[in-house]
Design a protein around this ligand. Structure first.
Ligand SMILES: [Zn+2]
Length: 197
């Protein structure tokens, strides 16, 4: 297609060339940037092409993995029914941008639950864990043994806690953890979904 259709603003992209990388290209988000990892031997033209392709794939796969507020609310209801005997009934469940030190929060008095948008793009079982955690606060406000009994009904609770601790530690220490490779064809779906058993 020669004529350009209006596109959303292109994100800031940082290209990292790696000598170790031979055939694979990978892309992931780091803060406000998109990092594209490419083999060192690619030409400038190939680089440009891959950057465009990978940014597009990343955005598509992120879109798939970002439920809307309505989707989040539905999911919360399902999880409450499955793990909390349907007893947690939130009035609102929504994404928020202004929550940097917490993954989720809950106000029991008005039964509202908010999830940090930073969770978007993380594996669904991690988002589910944060939902179950906040839902459980509607039943038990503090982090009491009773609270954790509810939360632990969700089978991946421990694992999700570990995952989130890892993310927090990595962002604090600024560890350059290389994400799993994705082959050129396999695309940018990558990431931790692959870790699910
Ligand atoms: Zn809590």
């Amino acid at each position: 297609m020669a004529t350009a259709t209006p596109k959303p603003p292109t994100p800031q992209v940082e290209v990292r060339r790696s000598r170790k990388r031979r055939r694979t290209v990978a892309a992931y988000r780091e803060d406000d940037k998109v990092i594209v990892m490419i083999p060192a031997r690619l030409s400038v033209a190939e680089e440009r092409e891959w950057v465009a392709t990978m940014v597009e794939r990343l955005e598509k796969s992120e879109k798939r993995r970002r439920p809307s507020d309505a989707g989040l609310q539905r999911r919360a209801t399902e999880l409450s029914e499955r793990y909390l005997d349907g007893r947690a009934r939130p009035r609102t469940v929504r994404w928020v941008d202004n929550q940097n030190s917490r993954w989720g929060s809950c106000t029991p008095s008005d039964k509202s639950i908010r999830l940090s948008r930073r969770l978007q793009g993380m594996p669904a079982w991690v988002i589910d864990y944060v939902l179950v955690h906040e839902l459980a606060h509607l039943l038990e406000v503090g982090h009491t043994p009773v609270f954790w009994q509810w939360v632990d009904r969700y089978p991946k609770a421990e694992r999700a806690k570990g995952f989130l601790e890892g993310v927090a530690a990595a962002s604090q220490l600024d560890i350059d953890a290389e994400p799993p490779d994705c082959s050129a064809e396999g695309a940018a779906a990558m990431a931790a979904d692959d870790v699910v058993d």
